[in-house]
Design a protein around this ligand. Structure first.
Ligand SMILES: [Zn+2]
Length: 264
């Protein structure tokens, strides 16, 4: 069992010190559709995210890599898959965090890929209409991850960002998947279904998860009945077209672009 899993369990027991209002609340900066539409500079600093949660994912201004927030640290996964601690004054255009308190625990014994993991998690959800924080920890025999390099203004369309994303693989990596399940009705606000970022136990490797395989994984879930949506009060967010015309477009940007090259 990964050390981070023990931390998660400890958090379950101690309630992580979050005040009542912060517990069972998803604090989200902006919306995923806004990020896709080029609203990629936000004003919320990492230190604010750390005040709002100890578990979460997102990105940094200019989409400068993938964000993983675990315990009291926020990590930036650079385009090459290496990890750096993000300082408190770094800013985010899109992130979602919560204080993780595991309510549902299970072990996935069978050797499973991302689809099989999703199926098992589905069965553990309190119900499909509540967002959940989801933590999966253990030894992964295979991971296919991606990160993106910082973009410059004018920001390119999401499809182009995905075309130039860096995709890399890890074998036999111990670590944690940090992420969320979001209900379909939140499409555009966030990504419906599961969205994970990986962080290795030594906190040196990570990325947005495109594919994975592992067994004896510890699954921990926490239903989240409250949403705190922090929307930008000025700037490009105000005039961006945030209507979701084609939900598949957002899904495509977050999924494996070439599943046929998946190993095993
Ligand atoms: Zn991601």
């Amino acid at each position: 069992m990964a050390a981070c899993a023990l931390t998660v369990l400890a958090a379950l027991l101690c309630g992580c010190g979050a005040d009542l209002e912060s517990r069972e609340t998803l604090y989200q900066v902006s919306t995923l559709k806004a990020l896709a539409e080029g609203v990629r500079d936000g004003e919320t600093p990492v230190r604010e995210l750390l005040r709002r949660g100890d578990f979460g994912i997102g990105t940094f201004n200019g989409m400068d890599g993938e964000m993983v927030l675990v315990e009291d640290r926020c990590y930036q996964v650079r385009a090459d898959g290496t990890v750096a601690v993000a300082e408190g004054d770094r800013q985010t255009p899109f992130a979602a965090v919560t204080f993780f308190e595991a309510r549902r625990l299970s072990v996935l014994k069978e050797d499973s890929d991302l689809a099989a993991l999703g199926k098992r998690l589905d069965a553990l959800l309190a119900g499909p209409n509540l967002p959940h924080a989801v933590c999966v920890s253990g030894d992964f025999s295979y991971l296919k991850l991606r990160s993106v390099a910082r973009q410059r203004k004018p920001y390119p369309p999401m499809a182009e960002v995905i075309r130039t994303q860096s995709v890399y693989e890890l074998k036999d990596a111990r670590g944690i998947l940090v992420g969320f399940y979001m209900p379909q009705y939140l499409e555009g606000v966030n990504l419906p279904g599961y969205h994970f970022h990986f962080l290795s136990e030594d906190r040196r490797r990570g990325g947005h998860v495109l594919a994975c395989r592992g067994k004896d994984l510890l699954l921990a879930l926490a239903p989240i009945p409250r949403l705190h949506l922090a929307l930008p009060k000025e700037g490009e967010f105000l005039k961006a077209d945030l209507r979701v015309r084609d939900g598949a477009e957002l899904q495509k940007a977050m999924q494996d672009p070439a599943p046929e090259i998946q190993k095993r």
